[in-house]
Design a protein around this ligand. Structure first.
Ligand code: 3VV
Length: 199
């Protein structure tokens, strides 16, 4: 296998789709912030204030399915401006990252974004609301393949963006080893845990 194909976002033929974890929120339930300081999902100044819910997976062609999916909403505010009156592309990518990143934790432990590909299909004016929907397309080893779409002002509004991503499952050591100590301590990690993770 070449390096290019090994890193592709195409779902491998031997990928599987596990069920939601029994302790994960159920369909329709709000997904709580994964970190109280997260600029994606927590209620903090400067954040994008994304709200997310567990969605049912309608599957290909709208068929009812048993998969894993997330629905998210983000108000496009004045401070997200790039072009005059339009969203900056990085904010749309942040919205996708947050929505896509909420999918894998419904079946496993923490995951981080390894790769994110976004197609900007139509301009997004400020003052609108983005509705996003992401689904799990397949899992292989620690790799979670997900895809999403973003629509304007309603769940069936005009399509303004699509994205595909790969999330990689990591353990707590990832955060203990790499995160700033004061932020880890703020969510309950001890100085000793942090020291131990860093060797
Ligand atoms: C007491 C409390 C303590 C703490 C509590 C913490 C709670 C936290 C809770 C919840 C947090 C959730 C936060 C979500 C936030 C939203 C999502 C983000 O924005 S995340 C930020 C941006 N992303 C990164 O910063 C990743 C930086 N990258 C890395 O750390 C590594 O590169 C990582 C983990 C992604 C992979 O490194 P490897 O060494 O673990 O694993 P390898 O072997 O390299 O990759 C595994 C497989 O993935 C493929 N892979 C890796 N990177 C790839 C890429 N870019 N493209 C394609 N494939 C890739 C590889 O080819 C390999 O595949 P094969 O199994 O061999 O087939």
């Amino acid at each position: 296998m070449t390096q290019a194909s090994a890193r592709s976002l195409d779902v491998p033929a031997d990928a599987t789709i596990p069920s939601r974890h029994p302790k994960a929120p159920g369909v329709g339930e709000r997904i709580p912030p994964h970190n109280p300081a997260c600029r994606g999902c927590a209620d903090v100044p400067g954040g994008i204030h994304m709200e997310s819910w567990v969605d049912d997976d309608r599957g290909e062609g709208g068929d009812p399915g048993v998969g894993v999916a997330v629905r998210s909403r983000m108000a496009v505010t004045d401070d997200m401006q790039g072009g005059p009156g339009l969203i900056h592309g990085g904010y749309l990518m942040a919205a996708f990252d947050e929505c896509l990143g909420s999918v894998a934790p419904l079946v496993t432990r923490s995951c981080v974004t390894a790769r994110l590909e976004t197609d900007f299909r139509a301009p997004v004016p400020v003052g609108t609301t983005l509705w996003l929907r992401a689904r799990l397309d397949g899992v292989l080893r620690r790799k979670y393949f997900v895809s999403a779409e973003a629509r304007l002002d309603s769940e069936d509004g005009p399509l303004v963006g699509t994205a595909r991503a790969l999330f990689v499952q990591v353990d707590l050591q990832h955060f203990l080893r790499h995160g700033r100590a004061e932020d880890l301590e703020a969510i309950g990690a001890s100085a000793e845990q942090i020291r131990a993770a860093r060797g």
